[in-house]
Design a protein around this ligand. Structure first.
Ligand SMILES: [Cu+2]
Length: 490
C-alpha cells in the first residue's frame, strides 16, 4: 500500500522571476485564458442554505440558477461572495493578488470546477534531503516535505481531495481555518480517519483572510513528527495595508535524526538535532532575495513538535502585522526585531528592505542554530589536552581532542548520511551556524530573484582588523587592563 515518492522541483516553487515582472506566470493550476475571470463570472451558482447540506453548498452551472445566496458563516454580502444574481468572481494569482513565494518549497496546483477551487493532496512517504549530505524517509504530501503551500482567496469555496497512500490512517486538519465541524480533520472527532487507499473530500468556504497551516490530526506525534504539515495562505479579497512586493512563506519544524539512521524519530520529546525552515537546515536553506526598497512580508508558521522559535531578523525592524486570527490593527503593531512563533501558531512580519546587504534571519535559540553532532557532546571548554593526543593516537590513529575552545573550529569528518554540526563557507570565512538559519539578500539592482551570490561591501563598510595607526589615534592600548567604569564593583 505504501509508496515512496521522490522529491521533485515544482515549477511554481522556484522564484527566479525578474523583479517587477511577476505578472507573467502563475501556478500550473492557474485558470487558462479561456476560463479566465470574465468567463467564469458568467457562470452562476446556486447556493442553498448550509443547514440543508452537510459539508457545504451545492453548486450548479447555468444561467438559470437563481437562488437565495448564503455563504455559511458570512454575516452579509461582500465582494467575492455570491451576489444576488448568483455570480462570483474567481480571483487569479498575479492579477488579483500577489502570489506568495515558498523558499525551497512549492505550491499546490488548483483548477476551477463550477466556481470551486479544486485541490488534490496525496499523503505519502517521501525521501527528503534536509541539507546536502542528509536524507531521510519522511511522511509528507505530493512528494514533498513539507506539503505544498495551499494558496487561495477569502470568499473562495475550496474542495480538497486527500488521498492516503500511507500504511496508516490519517486526516488533515485545516489549522486556523474557520469551517464546519465535520471538515475540521480531527480523526474520530470531526469525521472518520482516512484509511490507507481511501480518498476523502473536504469542502468549505474561506470566510477569513489569514496565514494558516494544515497537518495530520491522527496519531499527531508520529505523523507531524515525520513531516505531515504544510501552509495554507488565504489572501484578503480587499487588501489591507500597503501592498507588498515580496511575500515569503516559511514553516518551522524540528526533527530527531540520529546519525546513521534514515528516518526521523517521532518519539523524541526534547532533544531535536535537525532544525528547519521549510524542511531545510542551513546550509540547505535558500536565501530570501529582494530588491532594495521593496516591501517584504514573511509569513512564519511553527508546527514543531515541542519548541517555540524566536525568529530574529538582522538589519531591520519590522512590525508583526498578522497573528493566527488575521491582520493586527495598525495602531496595535509594535516595532520588533525578534518575533516569537509559538508551536501551533503563525506570525507575519512586514518591513521595507531599504538597506542592501546579506542579513541573517534565524531562530535565536542557540541550539536551534546547529545541526546533528552537537548534541550530547561533552563539555570540553577550557580542557588542556597536553600530550593526550600523542598518547591516544597509537590506540586511535588520527585522534584529536576537540571542543576545548568551543564548537566553531570543529571541522571533523562526519559519518555517512549526516551533516556537520555547524556551518558553511561564507564570503568572509567559515560561518559557524546551522539549523534554523537563512539569509535575506537585499540588492540595489536585480535582474532576477535568483541567488545573487554574496554581498559586495562598499568601501569603508566592512569590519576589519584595526590598524596600529587607528589604535594609536584613538588611544587604544591592547595590552592594558580591559577598561571598566571607574569605581565599579569588582
Ligand atoms: Cu528555535
Amino acid at each position: 500500500m505504501s509508496t515512496r515518492a521522490t522529491e521533485t522541483e515544482h515549477a511554481s516553487g522556484r522564484e527566479d522571476d525578474a523583479p517587477g515582472a511577476q505578472e507573467r506566470r502563475g501556478t500550473p493550476g492557474d485558470l487558462p485564458e479561456a476560463g479566465s475571470e470574465d468567463a467564469l463570472t458568467r457562470r452562476t451558482l446556486l447556493v442553498t442554505t448550509g443547514a440543508t447540506l452537510a459539508g457545504g453548498a451545492l453548486l450548479l452551472s447555468g444561467s438559470a440558477a437563481r437562488a437565495q445566496s448564503v455563504v455559511p458563516g458570512a454575516s452579509g454580502p461582500r465582494e467575492g461572495a455570491p451576489t444576488d444574481t448568483g455570480q462570483r468572481r474567481v480571483r487569479q494569482p498575479h492579477r488579483s493578488y500577489r502570489p506568495v513565494v515558498v523558499p525551497n518549497g512549492a505550491k499546490l496546483p488548483w483548477k476551477v470546477v463550477d466556481n470551486v477551487k479544486v485541490f488534490h493532496l496525496v499523503a505519502e512517504e517521501v525521501e527528503h534531503e534536509f541539507a546536502p549530505g542528509l536524507n531521510a524517509c519522511c511522511w509528507g504530501y505530493n512528494g514533498r516535505v513539507h506539503g505544498p503551500t495551499i494558496e487561495a482567496v477569502e470568499g473562495d469555496r475550496v474542495r480538497i481531495y486527500v488521498t492516503n497512500r500511507l500504511p496508516a490512517a490519517t486526516t488533515v486538519h485545516w489549522h486556523g481555518i474557520l469551517l464546519p465541524s465535520g471538515m475540521d480533520g480531527v480523526g474520530g472527532l470531526s469525521h472518520k480517519s482516512i484509511a490507507p487507499g481511501e480518498t476523502f473530500r473536504y469542502e468549505f468556504t474561506l470566510r477569513q483572510a489569514s496565514t494558516n497551516m494544515y497537518h495530520s490530526h491522527h496519531d499527531e506525534m508520529t505523523q507531524i513528527g515525520l513531516g505531515m504539515t504544510g501552509m495554507f495562505i488565504i489572501h484578503p479579497r480587499r487588501p489591507v495595508g500597503p501592498r507588498v512586493d515580496r511575500d515569503f512563506v516559511i514553516l518551522l519544524h524540528e526533527w530527531r535524526i540520529d546519525v546513521g539512521t534514515g528516518r526521523p524519530n517521532p518519539n523524541e520529546m526534547t532533544d531535536f538535532n535537525v532544525l528547519t525552515m521549510n524542511a531545510k537546515a542551513f546550509p540547505g536553506t535558500e536565501p530570501l532575495v529582494v530588491r532594495k526598497g521593496e516591501r517584504v512580508r514573511i509569513r512564519l508558521g511553527n508546527l514543531s513538535p515541542q519548541n517555540h522559535h524566536p525568529i530574529h531578523l538582522h538589519g531591520f525592524h519590522f512590525r508583526i502585522t498578522e497573528t493566527d486570527g488575521g491582520r493586527v490593527p495598525e495602531s496595535a503593531q509594535q516595532p520588533e526585531g525578534t518575533v516569537l512563533v509559538p508551536v501551533g501558531s503563525t506570525r507575519v512580519i512586514e518591513f521595507v528592505a531599504d538597506v542592501p546587504g546579506d542579513w541573517a534571519l534565524h531562530c535565536h535559540m542557540t541550539h536551534h542554530m546547529m545541526n546533528q553532532m552537537g548534541h550530547a557532546f561533552p563539555n570540553m571548554i577550557g580542557v588542556k589536552p597536553g600530550d593526550l593526543d600523542a598518547k591516544v593516537r597509537p590506540l586511535l590513529p588520527g585522534y584529536m581532542t576537540m571542543g576545548q575552545t568551543g564548537m566553531a573550529e570543529m571541522k571533523m569528518p562526519v559519518p555517512p548520511n549526516s551533516i556537520p554540526m555547524l556551518g558553511a563557507q561564507g564570503k568572509h570565512g567559515f560561518m559557524s551556524v546551522g539549523g534554523m538559519f537563512t539569509v535575506l539578500k537585499v540588492r540595489e539592482r536585480l535582474a532576477r530573484y535568483a541567488d545573487p551570490g554574496w554581498y559586495d561591501n562598499p568601501p569603508g563598510t566592512l569590519a576589519v582588523a584595526a590598524s596600529p595607526d587607528e589604535l594609536r589615534r584613538d588611544g587604544i592600548d591592547v595590552n592594558a587592563p580591559a577598561p571598566v567604569e571607574p569605581g565599579a564593583p569588582a
